[in-house]
Design a protein around this ligand. Sequence first.
Ligand code: TUI
Length: 308
Amino acid sequence: MKTRITELLGCKYPIIQGGMAWVAEHTLASAVSNAGGIGLIAGGSAPIDYLRDQIRKCKEKTDKPFGVNIMLMSPNADDLAQLCIDEGVSVVTTGAGNPGKYIAAWKEANIKVIPVVPSVALAKRMERAGADAVVAEGTESGGHIGENTTMCLVPQVVDALEIPVIAAGGIADGRGMAAAFMLGAEGVQIGTRFLASEECQIHPTFKELVIKAKDTDSVVTGRYTGHPCRNIKTKFSKKLANGEKDGSLSPEEFEQITLGSLRKAVVDGNVDEGSFLCGAIAGMVNEIKPCKDIVEEIMAGAEKLLAR
Ligand code: TUI
């Protein structure tokens, strides 16, 4: 399947892996790239030496293009942004902010720049700033989210921009991909489906929570902190949601108890203190498979529907 996204990024399939903080490391990223998509390594709030090492290890595992996600709220986003230039990364996606100040330098270094945006307004600003494409991310996504849904956001961003649009949020199979294409997207970003992949290095407890999740098992916490995040329902995330609702947890206390909670989920599988970030589509993810099988199944399903 050829679209402006496969042409832009030089990949076989227009599927980009989500830049999931703590989750997206070189084993997963190289597996997605080797499967024909674009794998991403998440910068998150990682130290620069960690990210450099991950990029180099990824290069050893794949000769296909792959990218890095820069989380713009990270205190060392400036250093990580420069590292992408120094290491000759093919693609950068960004999240949780406006990457405007980095775009010129990335373009100068021949990096393809794809900001993840939750609104039409930010999408337009990114196009004007020189982005090559955008990911329009609906509120169905895992992690830090905006308010609008994929179904509403994607066609509005498509109408507002000339550059290609990648849809994200609630896409985990060929039906979701075909639907996104019907809305005008030319690619999809997929996160949650890859959590349940063989190559994904998260704690087994995290994978089990994804596989066992039902349609109603995700919850958004932290709206009152200004950083709403979608999680799998656990005792911990329900405690956060209730504390937010009934006022028994102040925003400051919320920030305090969620500090370090991504690591506790991903590395330790700690269900009492970890934040298991995950999309609303987890209810449809029921089996661990290699990334290659996941990508090929999604592509085959989408192509069949789109050919009708
Ligand atoms: O960034 C994501 N998803 C993420 S980042 C993350 S790590 C984190 N942990 C705790 C709190 C916050 C982040 C986990 N998941 N997706 C892309 C995304 N970007 N979603 C929403 C946004 C966004 C929100 C506001 C982008 C820009 C923005 O405002 C820009 C501005 O300054 O106008």
